[in-house]
Write a protein that binds this ligand. Sequence first.
Ligand code: ATP
Length: 296
Amino acid sequence: LLLAYDPARRLARLQVQMERAVVNARMIYALLDQAPLQRDKPGAKDLVVTEARIELRGVSFSYASGDTILRGVDLVAAGGKTTALVGPSGAGKSTIISLIPRFYDPSEGSILIDGQDISEVTKASLRRHLAYVSQQPYLFEGTIRDNIRYGRPEATDTEVEEAARLAHAHDFILAQPFGYETPVGENGVTLSGGQRQRLSIARALVRKAPILLLDEATSALDNESEAAVQKALESAMSGRTVLVIAHRLSTVVNADKIIVMHEGRVVEEGTHETLAQHQDGLYARLNNLQAPDTGA
Ligand code: ATP
């Protein structure tokens, strides 16, 4: 924790945060099927999703800039369950998430969905089965309806509204000057942080994808928005395979499985109950740091 005060580290971190914002925006585009796709392997087949089980086998990875970020990661996110990634900053959690849509490919090891190596399937079919909600909700220039429909351009008006209802966004949308036709983005109405998040959740929901990649927001919202966003996320997570970078204790506690990362490795895994019992484990230590009343 003390390392966070080192100015050089802070600067490096700022740079990564800026890069990450770009990566985030690119990731959203990629998942909206609007990014130019790299070529598929000859003979690549479409991904067939049954349970939506994700498995990483011996995955190592380094960015072009050099350092090895993931070191032989093995993990399974069971179909229809929530798997939470936790660990100190820089442990490699976001990097894992960005490998699933093949934003990057592992330098070693493989990633399987329902037993199919994702490097062997068509990217379009892979991404059709994925939805992504980032920490920073991104709104495109256009109407509220356009912004939700970006998730799946062929969605009908009814499907857009259905997604908005599930994301607890329908009521505030109707309260806007032109309802679903209200322009947002730089030249449109200003929405609160919580409202923007619910729109981005609606955008993910309209995809009806079986796998949800979620980078939970760290920034605090006011209590009312917080509760609404939480409900929106609960409906987005229900019945899906969720891989979430968890920053909130409630998400972690409710996860079916918690994977604890440190310096590019999985160091512990289990449920909140089992992990919290290992008093000298990293999870228990992280957990103590987060508790509001440690008296430290
Ligand atoms: P946080 O909790 O801060 O989001 P994290 O566990 O998600 O951290 P990653 O974002 O995966 O960690 O970062 C792991 C390492 O990879 C860090 O050292 C970071 O500096 C580096 N890194 C992340 N993104 C990039 C990038 N686009 N290019 C180069 N290095 C990167």
